[in-house]
Design a protein around this ligand. Structure first.
Ligand SMILES: Nc1ncnc2c1ncn2[C@@H]1O[C@H](COP(=O)(O)OP(=O)(O)OP(=O)(O)O)[C@@H](O)[C@H]1O
Ligand SMILES: [Mg+2]
Length: 298
């Protein structure tokens, strides 16, 4: 089976507080609290595990939140498949406030500042743990202290050893990483807009932008568009295809893109066709919208 390494550079403990409503200038009573291991890389690894992909997960962890997160991971993923790089500063805690009416406020710290030696150790571990011919998933934001072109460097390093990279990030890290020519990029409409510098709303705009991105990478670009039709493009291969996700009544949108990316990685691992990557990705993404954040189907 093609080995898959997931790098989660900025993991978090996610904490959801349920409240009746949010009151400014008042004490807000918390009705219930839920805590789970969060961050995009961990989400991808969780879904990949559920899909049978047996991923390896590499992540930096520190402080009390790092310890708590280790405990969560031990319950979810076999410890043989988790590699932890200890860091001096505490792992971040993301706060989600959900009201009875279903409205949400999210508070995300930028993450712990990594020192140069910690970032170097992560680079080294990425090289050591990714296998030639395997896949490397690079997903999520970069913590402070990690250079903006971190993903670009890892993509170049991976290509030298025949490792295929799957990329999901935004802003400056996305810009430099695209230039490093990853195997597959998974932007949503917002990320594609940022990269392209023009609005991506219609299917025609999504297609034009995805073609431009695929020309830049020389590889696959999968554009997810929420409940609308997704798009897979590869310019050198002359491939372009739209497909609709299954319809449903979403109760949550957080992590849907991570579930989609996990499904795409799993299909590549299985040797499926690109059309199957797209269809299964959209199907699993839609499945994630039916579950609370951090949950897997039973
Ligand atoms: N309303 C919806 N109905 C059906 N499927 C949906 C809906 N919203 C999202 N999805 C599924 O999830 C996939 C990813 O959604 P989206 O484009 O919102 O990703 P994203 O913005 O990267 O999400 P995130 O980064 O929060 O995980 C979609 O391609 C689709 O398969
Ligand atoms: Mg996303």
């Amino acid at each position: 089976m093609t080995p898959i390494l997931v790098l989660a550079l900025n993991p978090s403990m996610d904490v959801e507080w349920r409240v009746k409503e949010v009151l400014w200038e008042e004490k807000n009573h918390i009705d219930s609290e839920r805590r789970w291991a969060g961050g995009k890389g961990i989400n991808v690894a969780r879904w990949l595990g559920w899909l049978g992909g047996k991923p390896k997960l590499l992540l930096p962890l520190g402080g009390a939140a790092g310890k708590e997160l280790t405990g969560c991971l031990q319950r979810e993923i076999s410890s043989a498949n988790v590699a932890i790089i200890p860091i001096r500063t505490a792992t971040r805690i993301n706060i989600i406030v959900t009201t009875t009416a279903g409205r949400q406020m999210r508070f995300n710290p930028s993450g712990p500042r990594l020192i140069r030696a910690e970032w170097r150790r992560l680079q080294l571990a990425t090289r050591k743990l990714s296998s030639p011919g395997g896949l490397l998933v690079l997903s999520g934001s970069l913590p402070p202290g990690v250079p903006n072109d971190a993903y670009a460097r890892l993509i170049r390093q991976a290509r030298k050893t025949g490792v295929g990279t799957l990329l999901d990030c935004d802003g400056t890290p996305l810009r430099s990483a695209v230039a490093a020519r990853p195997f597959l990029v998974k932007p949503n409409e917002h990320e594609l807009t940022q990269w392209w510098g023009r609005a991506v709303r219609s299917e025609a705009q999504a297609l034009q932008a995805a073609r431009a991105m695929s020309e830049a990478t020389g590889g696959w670009v999968l554009v997810s568009r929420g409940g609308k039709r997704g798009l897979l493009v590869n310019r050198p291969e002359g491939f372009q295809q739209f497909a609709a996700p299954p319809r449903g009544n979403p109760c949550n949108r957080v992590g849907a893109g991570d579930a989609l990316l996990a499904a795409v990685a799993r299909e590549i691992q299985l040797g499926s066709t690109p059309l199957q990557w797209l269809h299964q990705g959209l199907r699993v993404g839609a499945r994630a919208t039916q579950l609370p954040a951090g949950h897997l189907p039973a």
